[in-house]
Design a protein. Sequence first.
Length: 73
Amino acid sequence: MTPGQCRAARSWLDWSILATAKRAKISKTTLTKFERGGNVTYRSLDKIRRVFEAEGMEFRGRIHVIYRGGEED
């Protein structure tokens, strides 16, 4: 997932930086740093990706973001 894909996924889901950070259990500073192109740990990046994937987002390559809908029970 790239910073641009992260911003696109947040926009699609209408999530703020703070709401996304809370869902991913990372700091707002870490998420902001990533979205601005800074380096974050693999663990933080994995947490961000997982929270989006749980909502049905799919990341392909370096530019594509696909919304598949939320996970079914």
